[in-house]
Design a protein around this ligand. Structure first.
Ligand code: ZN
Length: 213
């Protein structure tokens, strides 16, 4: 795998950008998020589990068609710092392969489950050419399961260049997005993918490097 296949971001440098990201899906609620997004011509990044990819092909295809990004979040969500190197590789490679089969290409990034990283995980990511993506805003949507709280938290803390961590496996998160996406757009935010944001900010995305936190 080689780096250099990221899309040139279509970003207006005079306006703020934010990358909304959704982990652990796709799920039945992914569609609701895509529906909202489509109305506002925004893009987001989905960090999917490999074992959910095959059953959710059509959602993934739709997301990609809308300019969204599909990124590896592992095969079945283990704590990568607690498993062997060969198991880590398997988690990543199998998921990337499953995604690539549908999207005709693979993103050279991944987000470790729980954000847990150690030297071994970093080394393997580097070897596979993958950058590690964390976040800068965490509304803990999985904990509150409350659309108002998720919406209020993000609106309160969001700033230019943020990566926001959410999960598209909760109905309440999809509900929060149906208000958040229009309101961020209204405030001038450009909703971009993680790779667009990082390329815009840093000019490149470096394998083995961790972005944010
Ligand atoms: Zn997760």
């Amino acid at each position: 795998m080689e780096l250099g296949d990221y899309k040139t971001p279509k970003i207006n440098p005079k306006k703020p950008i934010v990358a909304l990201t959704f982990d652990d899906g796709p799920s039945e609620y992914t569609t609701k998020i895509l529906n909202t997004l489509q109305q506002y011509e925004g893009r987001v990044s989905f960090f999917v589990l490999g074992n959910r990819v095959e059953a959710n092909k059509s959602k993934i295809n739709r997301a990609v068609h809308m300019g969204c990004e599909i990124i590896c979040h592992s095969w079945d969500h283990p704590d990568l710092t607690k498993i062997s190197g060969s198991k880590i590789k398997k988690q990543l490679i199998n998921t990337i392969t499953a995604i690539a089969k549908i999207t005709n290409g693979a993103s050279l990034m991944f987000r470790p489950p729980y954000g847990y990283i150690n030297k071994k995980v970093e080394k393997i990511a580097n070897k596979l050419g993958l950058a590690l993506i964390l976040w800068s805003i965490d509304p803990r949507d999985w904990e509150s399961r409350n659309a108002d709280e998720v919406y209020n938290y993000i609106m309160k803390y969001v700033k230019d260049g943020d990566i926001v961590l959410c999960h598209d496996v909760h109905e309440t998160t999809a509900e929060a997005m149906s208000r958040l996406i229009p309101d961020l757009t209204e405030q001038g935010y450009q909703l971009v993918t993680v790779s667009e944001l990082l390329v815009h900010k840093y000019g490149e995305i470096i394998p083995g490097l961790t972005y944010y936190k």
